[in-house]
Design a protein around this ligand. Structure first.
Ligand code: SAM
Length: 434
C-alpha cells in the first residue's frame, strides 16, 4: 500500500513544539528543519509555517489569548501551535482563506485533540474576517514587533532613532544573497547569467542578490563551489583583510566555515588555520572547504585558551567572528529571540573579551585582527572594542569606511534593513610595530 503523503502542517506543529518555549526542548529551528525536512512543496509550506510562527509569535499569541474564554492548558501546546500556524497562514500567506480555515479542524483531529476542532474553526473563521494590521493595531510596541520586552528595551536604549526600523526589518524574510567565488568568475559573469533576477550588492564586491529565492543546490555551479550562500554583511570582514602571499591567517571561530571558505577564495596563497571549539561543527567547515576545493589546517580548540592548541608561530592576520547574541539576524533565525535571555549577555560579552585578550598576543606586530559579530547590541560591539582598545597599549583602530556613516563610536555597525544586509558589526584593529 502506498504511504500517505506527509502532512506539512502536522510536521510544522511537531517541529515548532520542539523549538518554542512550552513543552519543547529549546532546539534550534535550523537543526530541527535539517533533521526533519520534507521535500518539494510540502517542505516549502512546512518551512514557511515554522519561520512565520517564530517571526510573529508574540502578536499571534496575544490575539489568540484574547479569543479564548479560558486559557489553554500547557498540555494543549500542540493545539496552540496549530492555531498559530493557521493565523499566520491567514494573515501572512497568499493561500486561500477557505482552504486554511478548513485545514485546521482536521489537523486538530490528527493531533488527537478532536475537542479543539470546533475551537479551530471558530477562531480561524473570525480571523479570516480581519487582517493582521487591524488585529495588532493597539498592541504595545514590543508585542507588535514580536520581540521579548528586554530586547526591545535594549534596542531602544542602544539605537533610539533606529529601533522601530530595525524591528520592522527583522520581521521580513531575508533575501537570498550569494557570494561569487572570485577564483572562478567575476561577479559580472553571474549578473549576465541570472539577468533580471540578480542584482549586485553595494557593499561587498562579491555579493549577488537573487530574487525570487530558490533552492541553492539547483543553482548552476553551486556543487562546484562557484557560488556560496552568505549574507552581504557577513562577506564584509574578509573584505577588510589584506595580507601578502604566504601569510599565516587564523579564522578563530570558523564553523560552519562561511568565512573560512571566503578567506581561501580571496587569499589562495595564504596558510589558513580554521579553529572552532565544536568538533561537530568543524565537520561543516571541512565540507565547505571540500566543495570549494580549498585547503586549511582545521583545529578543534578554545580561542580563549591558545596554549592548548597554538604551535607558537605568530599570525599575520586574525579573524575573530565571535559567538554573540545573533540579534542582527533575527529575520534569518527568528527562533533566537525566544531562546536568548537578558541574563545570557554578560557571559557572551565576557567570552568575547577573553577571546580578544587571548588572541592578541598571537598576532605579529603590524598585523591586523578583524573582530565581527552578527549582533546589534552595543555591549558586544563598539563598547566591547572601546574597552579592548583602552586596556591594550599596542592596539589601534584601523577600520576603513565601508558605505553610509556607521552609527557606532568604534568600528562599523550595520543595522538590519529590508532587502539589504543583516545587522552586523565589524572592526579592524592593528598591532603597532612597537
Ligand atoms: C558566529 S559563529 C562563526 C561563523 C563562522 N565564522 C562562519 O562564517 O561560518 C561562532 C562560532 O564560534 C564558535 N565558538 C564558540 N565558543 C568558542 C570558543 N571558546 N573557541 C572557539 N570557537 C568558539 C561556535 O562553535 C561557532 O561555530
Amino acid at each position: 500500500m502506498a504511504e500517505a503523503a506527509p502532512n506539512p502542517r502536522l510536521a510544522a506543529v511537531r517541529a515548532l513544539n520542539r523549538v518554542l518555549p512550552g513543552s519543547g526542548d529549546g532546539a534550534s529551528l535550523r537543526e530541527v528543519l535539517r533533521a526533519q525536512a520534507l521535500d518539494g512543496a510540502a517542505g516549502g509550506l512546512m518551512r514557511d509555517l515554522c519561520f512565520g510562527v517564530c517571526r510573529y509569535l508574540r502578536p499571534l499569541n496575544h490575539w489568540l489569548n484574547q479569543q479564548l474564554s479560558k486559557p489553554l492548558k500547557p498540555s494543549a501546546q500542540p493545539v496552540r501551535l496549530a492555531l498559530l500556524c493557521g493565523l499566520y497562514e491567514l494573515w501572512f500567506s497568499d493561500r486561500a482563506d477557505h482552504a486554511v480555515v478548513n485545514a485546521y479542524p482536521d489537523l486538530c483531529r490528527k493531533l488527537k485533540a478532536g475537542w479543539a476542532s470546533g475551537l479551530a474553526n471558530a477562531v480561524l473563521r473570525k480571523a479570516s474576517r480581519i487582517d493582521a494590521a487591524t488585529a495588532f493595531a493597539d498592541y504595545p510596541d514590543a508585542v507588535r514587533w514580536s520581540l521579548p520586552d528586554w530586547l526591545w528595551q535594549q534596542w531602544q536604549s542602544d539605537w533610539p532613532d533606529q529601533a522601530a526600523a530595525m524591528a520592522e526589518a527583522s520581521l521580513t524574510p531575508p533575501p537570498l544573497t550569494l557570494r561569487v567565488n572570485q577564483r572562478h568568475h567575476h561577479r559580472d559573469h553571474w549578473l549576465t547569467q541570472f539577468g533580471d533576477e540578480a542584482r549586485a550588492g553595494a557593499l561587498s564586491p562579491w555579493a549577488l542578490y537573487l530574487s525570487p529565492p530558490r533552492p541553492v543546490t539547483a543553482l548552476p555551479g553551486f556543487a562546484e563551489g562557484e557560488l556560496t550562500v552568505q549574507d552581504e554583511a557577513a562577506q564584509l570582514p574578509v573584505t577588510l583583510m589584506a595580507m601578502p602571499d604566504g601569510a599565516r591567517v587564523l579564522d578563530a571561530c570558523a564553523a560552519p566555515g562561511g568565512k573560512t571558505g571566503q578567506l581561501a577564495e580571496a587569499f589562495p596563497g595564504a596558510r589558513l588555520v580554521a579553529l572552532d571549539v565544536s568538533e561537530s561543527r568543524l565537520r561543516q567547515v571541512r565540507e565547505a572547504l571540500k566543495r570549494l576545493d580549498a585547503e586549511a589546517t582545521v583545529l578543534q580548540g578554545d580561542a580563549a585558551d591558545p596554549q592548548s592548541w597554538w604551535d607558537g608561530e605568530p599570525f599575520d592576520a586574525i579573524l575573530l567572528d565571535a559567538p554573540c547574541s545573533a540579534t542582527g539576524i533575527l529575520r534569518r533565525q527568528p527562533d533566537v529571540k525566544w531562546h536568548r535571555r537578558r541574563q545570557d549577555l554578560p557571559a557572551l560579552v565576557d567570552l568575547q573579551a577573553r577571546m580578544l585578550d587571548a588572541l592578541w598576543p598571537l598576532l605579529r606586530p603590524g598585523g591586523t585582527l578583524v573582530y565581527a559579530t552578527c549582533s546589534v547590541l552595543r555591549a558586544e560591539n563598539d563598547q566591547q572594542i572601546s574597552a579592548f582598545l583602552e586596556r591594550t597599549e599596542d592596539a589601534t583602530e584601523d577600520t576603513p569606511g565601508i558605505g553610509a556613516a556607521s552609527p557606532a563610536a568604534r568600528g562599523w555597525q550595520l543595522l538590519p534593513r529590508d532587502q539589504g544586509p543583516d545587522g552586523f558589526y565589524l572592526a579592524r584593529l592593528r598591532k603597532t610595530m612597537g
